[in-house]
Design a protein around this ligand. Structure first.
Ligand SMILES: Cc1cc2nc3c(=O)[nH]c(=O)nc-3n(C[C@H](O)[C@H](O)[C@H](O)COP(=O)(O)OP(=O)(O)OC[C@H]3O[C@@H](n4cnc5c(N)ncnc54)[C@H](O)[C@@H]3O)c2cc1C
Length: 238
């Protein structure tokens, strides 16, 4: 049976950064869908039903009663959501689909490469693993321009404290002296990934976000590190 498209009100709209907003879409009463962490929903506004856009879930499958997506101000839909979407507005939601799924096996290490807003599904990965107290290791390698661009910084640090198997590593490519950034300050390199992924046969790589970032990560993992394609999952946003 085809999954039902439902109209959902925005319960909360939270600015994460000046150009990035999380909207929480409330499920109707009695709705209890089966979906997986890492999938994406497709949304459209009631006044423009032909204009549909996909958004990765930044919440996880254990979060019930709502979906959360985290959107950057970019293009028509991205700008409309970030600049205009507010609590009480309604969006139509096509149910979650997608194969960008965390492999939650105890001996696996998930190395998640992200740039900018591409980090959002990894919040879901880390949340579910932490709540379920899983042994699966998850490491996020997050490249952003300056420390002010880190999305969900506090939550990722909290998850790190709660979950000994989760690590959140940030590199800032354009930090200025006034940012007082003392961490890593270079692009993601194969040497850095090798330091993190010490057991390549048991590592699953993930990369998500704008095509350029995902293609960069694919090149690094598959061509520079020689990892088999089957060990990498990607989600290209366009
Ligand atoms: C599976 C999937 C998951 C996704 N998840 C997320 C997510 O979690 N968060 C998120 O923020 N996005 C996500 N996206 C991207 C999202 O679907 C939208 O594409 C994005 O919000 C931009 O909105 P738009 O497509 O209406 O932009 P459009 O208006 O169609 O523009 C597309 C691109 O072209 C550029 N552009 C438009 N006009 C011009 C012009 N005149 N000159 C130069 N450049 C121009 C825009 O800046 C934009 O980058 C995802 C995409 C996919 C496929």
């Amino acid at each position: 049976m085809p999954k039902e498209i439902l109209e959902m009100p925005i319960e909360t709209a939270t600015m994460e950064l000046p150009d990035t907003k999380t909207i929480r879409l409330k499920w109707p009463d009695g709705h209890n869908p089966d979906f997986k962490t890492g999938q994406f929903i497709t949304v459209y506004w009631p006044d423009t039903p032909a204009y549909k856009r996909a958004y990765s879930l930044s919440s996880c499958a254990l979060d019930r009663g709502f979906y959360e997506v985290t959107v950057k101000r970019d293009g028509k839909m991205g700008t409309r959501i970030v600049d205009w979407a507010k609590a009480g507005d309604k969006l139509f939601v096509i149910p979650p689909v997608g194969k960008f799924l965390p492999v939650y096996e105890p001996d696996k290490h998930l190395v998640c490469i992200a740039g900018g807003s591409g980090v959002t599904p990894f919040r879901g990965f880390a949340r579910e693993a932490t709540r379920r107290k899983l042994e699966t290791k998850i490491t996020v390698l997050y490249s952003i321009r300056t420390p002010a661009d880190i999305i969900f910084h506090n939550e990722f640090r909290e998850l790190e404290k709660e979950n000994p198997n989760f690590k959140f590593h940030v590199t800032c490519t354009r930090a200025l002296p006034e940012h007082n950034w003392t961490g890593r300050a270079a692009r993601i390199t194969s040497d850095w990934v090798k330091e993190i992924a010490t057991d390549l046969p048991n590592t699953v790589f993930y990369a998500c976000g704008p095509n350029a970032l995902v293609e960069f990560a694919e090149h690094l993992v598959i061509h520079e590190l020689g990892v088999a394609k089957e060990q990498m999952k990607t989600e290209k946003w366009g």
